[in-house]
Design a binder for this molecule. Structure first.
Ligand SMILES: *Cc1c(COP(=O)(O)O)cnc(C)c1O
Length: 345
């Protein structure tokens, strides 16, 4: 397989916009910058941000053990996913494959970009049906979305299944690792060199505690990263986001401690939830949330709302009838949740 053959012709032919900050990248000390029509009076954000976010990338590169050349950043992973669609999928011609129940944005972005969606539902253990997926793929199937750990089910997919899909699917495989920092599994970024058709996405929105700054990460071969760089808006990650990300990533120890605390709380929550009479099943979680089956999801959801607790009702998702998704909160929040669940039994 040749990645070049998967890129949309219009994107291949594109000459990217070259910003002022792209054209001059030399030393910035003692230089007078009169190239970008900025207001010259200093206020912390009067200058355009680094279009390549080099300081953020260098920190991520150290934390994740991967070269900066293999990283692209976006305004949330939602922007990264949108760039992937626009790089590879020809509207009204190509299709993508998703594995429901899963993250809703894959379908939303497909619909926005006029791309057909092929669905292969996960099996009863929420694992991918590898044969069926490979069978449904055709020559216009450009992207296969694998979310592992999966949202809303919480489980990770078997390594062997994912490996076979990357090897045998003839398009790009996107592994969404939004929850990887909560997982015992290795990230697939350590195997990018083996698979030219692999893209891994991550985010600072979950484990890193920065959903508000909107910073999504894409890891892929230099070839794929350069294609996405061609089509990304020049200043897609703003200055405040970059500054905040740098501050947080420099204190990565805190993130690690918080992740450990959340995982401990997840165990506590699983224990306590199993004592609630109307909860019939708690699905194993490799993430910071728990999917549970109840007697009547919509009724329980509404009861919790009335008591001031908002969870996610997933009952309309295929394979998730009467399922609720609980995000792991602080110890105090989790106690409130459990006490409230006891009162509505
Ligand atoms: C929360 C989540 C994301 C995060 O998206 P951002 O745009 O980076 O906040 C991505 N994928 C999945 C599966 C998620 O649950």
């Amino acid at each position: 397989m040749n990645v070049q053959d998967l890129i949309r012709p219009t994107v291949k032919a594109l000459k990217p916009y070259s910003s002022a900050r792209d054209e001059y990248q030399g030393n910035s000390d003692n230089m007078v910058f009169l190239d970008a029509n900025e207001n010259p009076f200093e206020n912390g954000v009067n200058r355009y941000p680094d279009p390549q976010q080099r300081t953020v990338k260098s920190l991520l590169s150290k934390i994740k053990g991967i070269s900066q050349q293999n990283i692209l950043l976006g305004n949330g992973s939602d922007e990264v996913l949108d760039l992937i669609y626009r790089a590879f999928c020809e509207p009204n011609q190509d299709n993508i494959i998703t594995l429901p129940p899963t993250y809703g944005m894959y379908s939303v972005l497909a619909n926005i970009n006029a791309i057909l969606i092929k669905c292969v539902q996960l099996d009863e253990n929420f694992q991918p049906k590898v044969e069926n997926i490979l069978e449904i793929a055709d020559s216009n199937s450009k992207l296969l979305f694998i979310c592992s750990p999966n949202n809303p089910t919480g489980n990770s997919f078997e390594t062997k299944s994912i490996e076979r899909l990357i090897q045998e699917f003839k398009g790009i495989v996107v592994i969404d690792e939004a929850y990887i920092d909560f997982s015992n599994e290795d990230s697939w970024i350590i195997r990018l060199n083996e698979f030219p058709n692999l893209i891994v996405t991550q985010t600072l929105s979950k484990a890193y505690g920065m959903a508000g700054i909107r910073l999504g990460i894409c890891y892929a071969s230099e070839e794929i990263i350069s294609v996405l760089n061609r089509i990304k808006p020049p200043y897609n990650v703003n200055e405040l986001t970059q500054q905040k990300a740098i501050l947080q990533l420099e204190q990565n120890k805190i993130t690690k401690q918080q992740v450990q605390a959340i995982l401990n709380e997840r165990d506590v929550l699983v224990d306590k939830l199993s004592e609630i009479g109307f909860i019939s099943k708690i699905y194993p979680s490799d993430a910071n949330f728990i999917l549970a089956k109840v007697d009547n999801a919509t009724m329980r959801y509404n009861q919790l709302i009335e008591k001031g607790i908002v969870i996610r009702n997933r009952t309309t998702q295929p394979g998730c009838e009467n399922c609720l998704r609980f995000t792991v909160g602080t110890p105090e929040e989790n106690i409130i949740l459990i006490n409230t669940l006891k009162t509505i039994q």
